[in-house]
Write a protein that binds this ligand. Structure first.
Ligand code: P6P
Length: 334
């Protein structure tokens, strides 16, 4: 067995440049948060925290006790480095500003979805945490400072609380995965330089929305379902976990295409998934791993956000499939 590389040693060897010290410090806080979230989830049924609250989050979704608990863990952990001057979370309507006595060292923004896929948590299906790091233009950031296109991200990553707990991230030099050794309480490099296969025969989409989709997506899925007898001349497999983190991780490992496209049910809100702390970090990761990520009409990382909790249609994964789907969006005929 080759020598195990601890995540902090990996950071020391591979995080360079102007953000080196800050990123290392912020990521150490993220690691702490994800270890604590893994424990909170693992013991949820034992601690009686698997229930729904009577409250709704800013998205109008029923909150689980663990949504609130994991959000608080992330906020508390992220204040240690002294580099984070602002935070935004799926679970909070407004941004959080950290004044300079808490963050004297530097000016970075941390955006996160603390418990993605939380509707799965009480049925023991994988869930995750998604995070994104941006540079702040100054201390005491305002909302407008968060509304940066995804191409401005300095770092993006996710924790996957699955059959093992993993941390997968990019700082712009490829995508690397680390697995938690529960006995030692340390993350170790297990998936260096993850690359998405350019071709795939597996798609991930919530098929119950078929009648609401726009023609290009219906055409793509129809062709996948026609299999060998159809234009694609090959059979396809389908997966839908309803945890974006689990889907994206599977696609990073073995290829695939993940779609939460625009549909007539959600047209008014602009899509299902949130741009700043779901689509952007996952798009950064996907592109760094050789995949693509689009709304169907444009590269997601080029979208200039207009609101903190803005939603967006998402199609991401294996390059050749995403290119095909984007082509279909260029030709609206079915
Ligand atoms: P649906 C989880 O709530 C989430 O934001 C993503 O993680 C997941 O891919 C999607 O929504 C699931 O949506 O409509 O299938 O429940």
């Amino acid at each position: 067995m080759t020598e195990k590389i601890k995540i902090t040693d990996y950071f020391s060897a591979h995080i360079n440049g102007e953000h080196r010290t800050a990123l290392t410090a912020i990521l150490n806080d993220v690691i702490t948060a994800c270890k604590k979230i893994a424990i909170a989830i693992d013991s949820g049924a034992l601690e009686g925290t698997m229930h729904n609250l009577s409250s709704e989050n800013v998205q109008g979704e029923v909150q689980k006790a663990l949504d609130v608990i994991t959000n608080e863990i992330f906020i508390e952990s992220a204040q240690t480095s002294g580099y984070v001057v602002g935070m935004a979370s799926e679970e909070m309507e407004e941004i959080i500003q950290l004044d300079e006595d808490i963050s004297p060292n530097g000016q970075y923004l941390l955006l996160f979805d603390p418990l993605d896929g939380s509707s799965n948590v009480n049925v023991n299906i994988s869930v995750g945490t998604i995070f994104s790091i941006l540079k702040s233009p100054g201390a005491m950031p305002v909302l407008a400072d968060f509304l940066q296109p995804g191409s401005q991200q300095i770092c993006a990553g996710y924790a996957l609380y699955g059959t093992s707990t993993m941390l997968v991230l990019t700082i712009g030099n490829g995508v690397h995965g680390f697995t938690l050794d529960n006995e030692l309480g340390e993350f170790y490099l297990t998936h260096a330089n993850m690359q998405v296969p350019a071709d795939t025969q597996e798609f991930a989409i919530n098929m119950s929305n078929y009648r609401f989709w726009q023609a290009p997506i219906q055409r793509y899925i129809d062709e996948c379902l026609q299999g060998e007898e159809g234009d694609r001349e090959k059979d396809f497999n389908m997966r839908w976990v309803a945890s974006m983190v689990a889907e994206i991780h599977r696609i990073l490992v073995r290829g695939g295409v993940f779609m939460y496209p625009m549909d007539s049910k959600i047209k008014k809100q602009g899509g299902k998934l949130r741009l700043l702390y779901e689509a952007n970090p996952m798009s950064f990761i996907m592109e760094q791993a050789g995949g693509l990520s689009t709304t169907g009409h444009m590269r997601i990382l080029e979208l200039v956000p207009s609101a903190l909790h803005q939603r967006v249609p998402v199609i991401m994964g294996s390059k050749h499939e995403v290119e095909r789907i984007a082509t279909y969006h260029g030709k609206t005929k079915r």
